[in-house]
Design a protein around this ligand. Sequence first.
Ligand code: SAM
Ligand code: SF4
Length: 340
Amino acid sequence: MSVEVSEELRGPLVDTHGRVHRDLRISLTDVCNLRCTYCMPAEGVPWLARENILTTDELVRVAEIAAALGIVEVRLTGGEPLLRPDAVDVVARMAAIEGESGPLEVSMTTNALRLPTLAGPLKEAGLSRLNISLDTLDREVFKDLTRRDRFDDTLAGIEAAIEQGFAPIKLNTVAMRGVNDGEMTALLHFAVEKGLELRFIEQMPLDAGHIWSRPEMVTGEEILDALGKEFTLTEVAGRGAAPAERFLVDGGPRTVGVIRSVTRPFCGACDRVRLTADGQLRNCLFARTESDLAGLMRGGGSDDDIARLMHTCIAGKLPGHGIDEPGFLQPDRPMSAIGG
Ligand code: SAM
Ligand code: SF4
């Protein structure tokens, strides 16, 4: 497949606040083999209609057009991206797309459950980086938190990723009061021993059950205080558009990150745009509106039409998500249906 985007539409996806968008997050599916409380309800998930899920050809077409508009990294997510039967093929095809300065960098965020069988094929297909979610080292807490008894499979998945030589491997941990907030230092010891980069994430209001509560949320400051009791943390300068503030652990070389999406939003440097599994383009995780790329593609839209819609979507991006402000409204879709 080779797309044709007119010269006047090529060039960067810039919003009205001057932010240039380089990072496209694509949700490969909304389904998942876990039911993390901060993300999905226990039962009764309103799944997307299967016929509305973008095909691999459609995904590749969007990524090729995005590459012509300055996107350099594609992060595959979900739901659980590895539940998509052709996930490895998607990686291979995305990794073969030429961007502005070479092939697109393709990364993935996964819960690791399917990595024991797929880590090797993913590496071979050209996946460059992996982010793995791990919220606890306690089997019972894992079972309660994810509503599935799959702790050992997660650990096996992490080992498989290490064996395949993915580097860096980042671990994502959502901090939750009364659930895993007593495990911050244990998780960091685990990550340091395994050579992984741990990042703590402030919980955001993106759960289907609307259980998020600002006063209950564990803040980045609390996380750093807890870590500071056992480790010496030295801030690493030069964060760029990265969401994580990074700290050297005991002088390095290992680092730990804190993503303070709520208490210290990084919207001013945001370079991300998202595509849901059913082909809706979102200029922010918390956007209240979407641009219907799927409808445009399936209605016979040209590559230029799609490029134009991407520019318009980005141009309408608000300066910030406003989570910590009065009047904030949670998006209608949960995280699993947007793509984290
Ligand atoms: N299933 C994969 C996984 O869990 O890694 C990929 C999709 S998941 C939605 C992507 C990331 O979003 C995970 O690291 C998860 O911890 C994070 N996440 C989900 N809900 C969140 C919330 N309410 N606040 C903060 N992070 C959240
Ligand atoms: Fe599934 Fe990831 Fe959401 Fe957990 S965070 S329910 S693993 S999509």
